[in-house]
Design a binder for this molecule. Structure first.
Ligand SMILES: [Zn+2]
Ligand SMILES: [Zn+2]
Length: 249
């Protein structure tokens, strides 16, 4: 009822509710971010144990098994944390419920996850596009929501440079090699936008890095059109043990 909403708004003005942690809902001390420190530590990668290329959590080695022996078209990828628990739920809220508060929070976490030394080089943010049919079904592109919020935080332009002209079969159940084949040529630079990317360093934005084949295909299209460097940021990254290796069924 309209008066109830009005009355609640009035009460909020008189007695503002303290901000709460997005994940555990405990009250936050004023001036804090949208998450408490414990939740932030729980969802984030632990320090000093990430693949230097794709940012996957590792035990000791420099590069993960997905990055050894394969030349990605992106130079580096970073993510907030592993695709599990609360971070996974937050991605689902964004992906399937068009939850803009999730987009804002996740973009802030992405912003914090990127080494500050990246920003002076980055010329713009490029969301991974959806195929038109998928976009029509969902009503929005979650990667674009993230890229939009991130662009406000880092003061870099949001550049819609890519399109996905054909639908691709679902990636789940496919191994790494099949996923790469599936995604080969799946993205292209929107005709006429080449001028915006020649010689530039661009940051691809997506929700989850699984095998990296989607980001790889996007980065390849940008590089082929003359982009100097492509990096990538996602909310989460899956555990490499969950992805079948080449030759696996
Ligand atoms: Zn919390
Ligand atoms: Zn890696």
């Amino acid at each position: 009822m309209w008066w109830k909403r009005w009355w609640n708004g009035f009460l909020d003005l008189l007695f503002p509710t303290p901000p709460r942690c997005f994940f555990c809902q405990r009250p936050l001390s004023s001036g804090a971010g949208q998450t408490c420190l414990e939740c932030l530590q729980r969802i984030s990668h632990s320090e000093g144990s990430l693949c230097r290329r794709c940012g996957r959590p590792l035990l000791g080695e420099e590069y993960c098994s997905q990055c050894v022996g394969y030349s990605w078209a992106f130079s580096q990828a970073r993510s907030v944390g592993p695709y599990s628990g609360d971070l996974r739920l937050a991605v689902h809220r964004l992906k399937f419920h068009n939850d803009r508060s999730s987009a804002l929070l996740l973009a802030r976490l992405m912003f914090q996850s990127i080494e500050s030394s990246w920003w002076p080089d980055v010329d713009g943010l490029v969301p991974v596009p959806l195929h038109a049919e998928r976009l029509r079904q969902r009503g929005y592109n979650q990667a674009e929501l993230l890229a939009y919020e991130l662009s406000l935080l880092c003061h870099r332009p949001l550049l819609r440079l890519l399109e996905k002209p054909f639908p691709t079969p679902a990636q789940s159940g496919l191994n790494q090699q099949q996923r790469r084949r599936n995604m080969r040529g799946a993205f292209r630079v929107i005709p006429g936008s080449e001028e915006q990317l020649v010689g530039k360093c661009l940051l691809l934005v997506d929700d989850v890095l699984t095998t990296g084949s989607t980001l790889d295909a996007c980065a390849r299209a940008l590089r082929q059109a003359g982009c100097a460097d492509v990096r990538a940021v996602t909310v989460a990254i899956t555990n490499r043990e969950l992805i079948p290796r080449e030759g696996a069924e």
